[in-house]
Design a protein around this ligand. Structure first.
Ligand code: TYD
Length: 214
């Protein structure tokens, strides 16, 4: 059976991932592909329950290692119930965050040993990996400014991570960039400090050269 594609969007707070995922989904549907959009933590019933434990409350509510275990438990549900079935049916799955966020936030951000996260990845995700990871990169203060504006309009208060200090956000930005440097065949860094139309054009071109032209 024809296999679909798995594209992940990664980056710090306020990089505009949500807007860009919706735009790429529209574009790929217009090209005749079957597309689903999803996000982590979440994307399946059990994973959404875990999400609500993670995204609100005190910044020190979870020990970072517990946080990793919860994220990978959610990820396993998401893979089994949503991502793998869709890809098997030939759909393109566009996902707002995936395992690189655990390496960046819990690993680079909270100092959970990277080899421990790699072991979890092998056990939970195995050989599977995104066909393409778009790393949306923006200056930390610009990104947090955007995220704060969004939260002011939004009563849901999913801002536990956004409230962590500036040095945390700097570490995770550097983490994402290092992940991209170590896996250039999978990752593309996109400068997100442009008008959203320009960012969409860059993303479309990237998807065309990396996945559609192949
Ligand atoms: P998300 O809803 O994508 O937040 P945002 O819209 O601000 O990008 O993700 C929720 C939060 O969860 C986000 O602050 C990052 C955090 N997170 C981790 O710390 N590790 C992970 O593995 C994932 C998937 C998310």
């Amino acid at each position: 059976p024809r296999s679909g594609k798995f594209i992940t969007f990664e980056g710090g707070e306020g990089t505009g991932k949500t807007t860009q995922i919706a735009r790429l989904a529209d574009y790929l549907r217009a090209e005749g592909h079957d597309v689903i959009t999803t996000r982590e933590p979440g994307g399946a019933a059990g994973a959404d329950s875990i999400r609500s434990l993670l995204v609100s409350g005190a910044t020190d509510k979870w020990d970072p290692l517990s946080e990793c275990l919860l994220l990978f438990a959610a990820r396993r549900e998401h893979l089994n119930k949503t991502i793998w079935p869709a890809i098997t049916q030939g759909a393109w799955v566009l996902c707002d965050r995936f395992a690189d966020s655990t390496f960046a936030y819990q690993g680079y951000g909270h100092n959970v040993p990277i080899p421990f996260i790699e072991q979890l990845y092998d056990a939970v995700v195995g050989d599977f990996a995104p066909d393409l990871t778009l790393m949306l990169d923006i200056d930390v203060e610009v990104g947090l400014g955007r995220a704060n504006t969004r939260n002011a309009d939004n009563a849901s208060r999913e801002d536990r991570f956004e409230r962590m200090d500036l040095s945390f956000h700097e570490r995770l930005r550097q983490g994402f960039l290092e992940i991209a440097r170590n896996a250039p065949e999978r990752c593309a860094v996109i400068d997100a400090d442009h008008d959203p139309d320009i960012v969409s054009d860059i993303i479309r071109a990237m998807v065309n050269t990396r996945l559609l032209a192949a």
